[in-house]
Design a protein around this ligand. Structure first.
Ligand SMILES: *Cc1c(COP(=O)(O)O)cnc(C)c1O
Length: 390
């Protein structure tokens, strides 16, 4: 039984993993300080090379966040002002706000309840003659059904880009997430599987034109070293470039951590299995992470450990009182977010997305976690449901 005096269990911390990687990170930082040039320098280029080697992408563009990576990718891939882009109704806000920021219109579709990712049938039903792109999201530990979504994109002649912000390390028949269509993104937000010391992200693409345009857009719309800020390249929506470059400091941190990523991913799989073993059959727990049936089998890469439960909000409150942190991914479906109120969606439009928002909760999870802590969290959950049942 958990006692109130037990140490708190944060949802996320990375202090000890930073400690372990500090020798490598500080080596890169010292090299940066010694060079004395701190803008878009050698460290960013080096990181891009390392990420290209890790993912197999032909082009990697390091930027300042996963969100900016999405906006620049959509624009560089050819999405134009006023176009419709099909996105899932259950995801982080940036999946849809990036479409608005690219001056296009997000059109929502439901998710498949097992993978939490874009449902191919619902996505196809959302396509109109104004739709030019489709953006599946890969959430939590597995990818969307890229065989069937790829078929929808081909049938409807849509640009396919991937919100692969959470999916570093995930592969579809050997191809890294983000590289199945025109391109994808990575987020290095601190809680992500590969986290920086602050915001950072990247664009992945095998398309040289997308890479060139995204590179121009991330640097004020400047062509090479000239100071001409190009306005209207024919297939750029909106006129202006922006400043979305990654800081060299974040590149140093990520270069220090990337060589250990596969070990970290392996450790996360062990921890996820430990949770699953302990939560199997616990009354009140409705769904544990599973792998959706796919044509292409793939190992999970756990970014978060998320379960669905009865009386989710009460459980969260109970865990909080016991000093155990949780996160609700995601509390509000995107079609019901205030910023999309003018699009006219209603509750009931996407039942799978809405159900996930009501029942899902993510448990403490990071590669510094240990099995004893997993035990404690699971004990508290078991006790909560045992104590509250007739
Ligand atoms: C984290 C995340 C983003 C945004 O990345 P940032 O680096 O936080 O801007 C976009 N989409 C999804 C699915 C994410 O999880």
């Amino acid at each position: 039984m958990n006692s109130p005096s037990a140490p708190p269990i944060p949802f996320f911390t990375q202090a000890s993993s930073f400690d372990r990687r500090w020798p490598q990170i500080s080596g890169h930082l010292n090299a940066l300080f010694d060079r004395g040039k701190y803008s878009h320098g050698r460290q960013v280029v080096e990181l891009e090379r390392m990420l290209a080697a890790y993912t197999g992408a032909e082009h990697v563009l390091a930027v300042n966040s996963g969100t900016d990576a999405l906006v620049l990718l959509l624009r560089a891939a050819g999405v134009q002002r006023g176009d419709e882009v099909v996105v899932p109704a259950f995801s982080f806000a940036a999946t849809a706000t990036s479409v608005s920021l690219a001056l296009a219109k997000p059109v929502f579709a439901d998710i498949d309840p097992e993978s939490y990712s874009l449902d191919p049938d619902s996505a196809e039903a959302a396509v109109t003659d104004r739709t030019t792109a489709i953006m599946p999201t890969h959430l939590f530990w597995q990818m969307a059904d890229m065989t069937r979504i790829g078929q929808v994109a081909a049938r409807r002649d849509l640009i396919m880009v991937e919100d692969s912000a959470e999916s570093i390390g995930m592969r579809w028949d050997g191809t890294h997430a983000g590289l199945l269509g025109k391109g994808g993104v990575l987020s290095f937000f601190p809680t992500k599987t590969l986290g920086a010391l602050g915001d950072a992200g990247a664009i992945l693409t095998n398309d040289p034109d997308v890479a060139e345009l995204a590179g121009i857009l991330r640097h004020h719309g400047r062509m090479g070293r000239t100071t001409d800020h190009i306005a209207g390249i024919s297939n750029l929506s909106g006129a202006s470039g922006t400043n979305s470059k990654m800081d060299d400091i974040q590149a140093c941190v990520l270069m220090g951590k990337l060589p250990h990523l596969d070990d970290d991913i392996a450790r996360r799989a062990v921890l996820a299995d430990a949770y699953t073993e302990r939560l199997q059959g616990v009354p009140g727990v409705l769904r544990l992470p599973t792998l959706a049936k796919r044509e292409v089998p793939a190992d999970p890469v756990y970014y978060v450990y998320l379960i669905e439960v009865e009386r989710r909000d009460e459980l969260v409150e109970h865990l909080t009182r016991q000093g155990i942190g949780t996160e609700v991914y995601y509390p509000t479906p995107l079609h019901l977010q205030p910023c999309f109120a003018d699009l006219g969606y209603r509750r009931g439009d996407f039942p799978n997305a809405e159900a996930a928002c009501e029942r899902a909760v993510a448990l403490p999870f990071h590669h510094d976690l240990d099995e004893d802590t997993v035990d404690r969290v699971c004990d508290v959950i078991r006790t909560f449901y045992a104590g509250s049942r007739p």
